[in-house]
Design a protein around this ligand. Structure first.
Ligand SMILES: [Zn+2]
Length: 204
């Protein structure tokens, strides 16, 4: 084997390994990939991938939402249970709520669907650690935290949890009040997180 061919083979192998690694990191749980694979190979596909009426391309993503658990069925392959629901729209068809890989193939841009989902996966990881961050106590005894910028702006935010006169809890983010009351401190903390980092993103 010539030297350059050897390098090429080595590089290709490395590329395959790293791309499959990043693949598994971003879309590992419910990726609808199997259903799509069978669709493009000689085996029968599943769900709407194999019918004659559902458009297979030219879809755009209208919204993505973290459903918090994987109990919604992908409406395209009708086989994968999805947690991160990509709502896809098409000029000639009704909206479909689908998983990451089906969404990527429908819009012809797997990178875009993976990036969308990756944002929500890291949001969800941050949410699980939210209560464990270094919350401080104000002189009035209210928990508060200075937190990082969200996706809307580049400023940090002050979240304060306080108790109302009826014994329930709410939060203020910077100077804005949530205008919702919760039975526990922790629920008010999560509501503040969801205010700063909503579980759903709508695209224009
Ligand atoms: Zn699917």
């Amino acid at each position: 084997m010539s030297k350059s061919l050897f390098f090429f083979a080595g590089f290709s192998l490395l590329f395959c390994v790293t791309s499959s690694l990043s693949w598994s990191m971003q879309c590992e749980e419910h990726d609808c990939d199997e259903s799509r694979k069978t669709f493009v190979s000689t085996l029968p596909g599943s769900g709407k991938w194999k019918d004659d009426v559902t458009p297979k391309k030219n879809w755009t993503c209208q919204a993505i939402e973290d459903l918090e658990s994987a109990d919604s069925l992908c409406q395209m392959c009708e086989r994968e249970w999805i947690r991160y629901a990509h709502t896809m729209q098409h000029a000639d068809y009704k909206n479909l709520t689908v998983g990451c890989i089906c969404a990527g193939h429908m819009e012809g841009d797997l990178k875009a669907s993976k990036e969308r989902e990756s944002y929500f996966r890291s949001r969800s990881q941050r949410r699980t650690k939210w209560l464990d961050l270094a919350w401080k106590k104000s002189k009035k005894g209210n928990l508060y935290i200075k937190t990082r910028a969200n996706s809307e702006d580049e400023d940090s935010h002050i979240v304060t949890i306080f108790k109302g006169k009826y014994g329930k809890y709410s939060a203020s983010i910077d100077q804005k009040y949530l205008e919702q009351w919760f039975p526990t401190v922790r629920e008010a903390q999560y509501a503040a997180f969801d205010y700063l980092w909503p579980s759903k993103k709508i695209f224009e």
